[in-house]
Design a protein around this ligand. Sequence first.
Ligand SMILES: [Zn+2]
Length: 428
Amino acid sequence: MLNQLLSDYNSRLSHSGVNGERLANRLAELSKIGHTSENGSYRLGFSAEERQAKELVKKWMTEAGLTVKEDGAGNVFGRKEGRRNLPAILSGSHVDSVPNGGHFDGPLGVLSALEVAQAWQETGYVPERPFEVVIFSDEEGSRFNGGLTGSTAFVGELDLERQRTMTDKDGLSFEQVLAKDGLSIETIAEAKRNAEDVAMFVEVHIEQGKRLEKNDLQVGIVTGIAGPVWLEFTFDGEAGHAGNTPMTDRRDALAAASAFIGKVQALPRTVSDSAVATVGKLNVHPNGVNVIPGQVKLYVDVRDIFEEPRNQLINQILEAAEVISGQTGVEVTWKEMIRKQPVPIRKDLQNLFSKAVEANGIEPYFLPSGAGHDAMIVGRHIPAAMLFVRSQDGISHNPAEWSSLNDCVQGVHVLKTFLERSMDEQPE
Ligand SMILES: [Zn+2]
């Protein structure tokens, strides 16, 4: 990985204390932990591999002159004191991955923040307010179908009773897994950080999409983080023999569901530019070649960075289901499975990022985040901002995930400029 990172690196980007070779080395070192046979990354939340990655980053934090602390949820903080004892600015991400994931999703955000701290140490810059590099635990949540565990505990919102009931595929409970990492439900309850001690959280993350690539831009400013709503629809028709039932005498659940899926595709653009809706899962019953489908269960994932257009879209989807039900005689029922609040990012923080991007010779470009991130959780309580770094082919959660070192280092410079400028401004 190291050679590939360095192969097209423009070393003139290493300046102002920021060192691209060091960043490349660290990305490569982290990628060795939980390295899979397919060249991917396997570091589940609260696993031995996530622990090993945290310990390695802690060592680097110490080298960068940071004071290292860990909270009861296993979240790691490397702190640099500021000139004044003001609420701190935090920046970071996660080091866990999905099974056989990539090497940039998460680590880039942690190592970018660390690179800024190290650059400050080397150039003798002392920020106005304290700065902390953060690793949030178990962001991906692949093990327990949860996720964002560390950041949720950090804001004191983790449903501990629900966590107690969770088991992984090997039958290990959440508590048993925590115990292996020296943690417990009780220590997690203590992880809540006083919101008044934190002025802002900033996360650098790979885009996991192709917008920046299409626009030939290295970085982009995130306008908001879309919150997903998951809806489960059941289409109840009537199963029957595919040969003996005339077309006029059918209540085909799948035919009705297909018409509905077509509608779901068309609706988002009518409410906003950033709204999306996806049908990604479908169960057909009885699912036989020569049987008219009697029942279909399908799931719609609806997202937007603003709550109002998202709700509008949900209403339109529900209406579409009703209309199709009326037209086909197939009964449609639905229920809501998940509802996460979208987090728009404050305009003043977007503008501050915009100026930092321009200062580094890049044209400012704004885009929404369709995926959830730790910044979404933290952003409900503390001002949060995000910067995306271009992803090659938009591939993510896959060993082929890639961002060029040039893009990563540009991201560090933009983050550094942004942090230095926001140190003086008082985020409310
Ligand atoms: Zn991530």
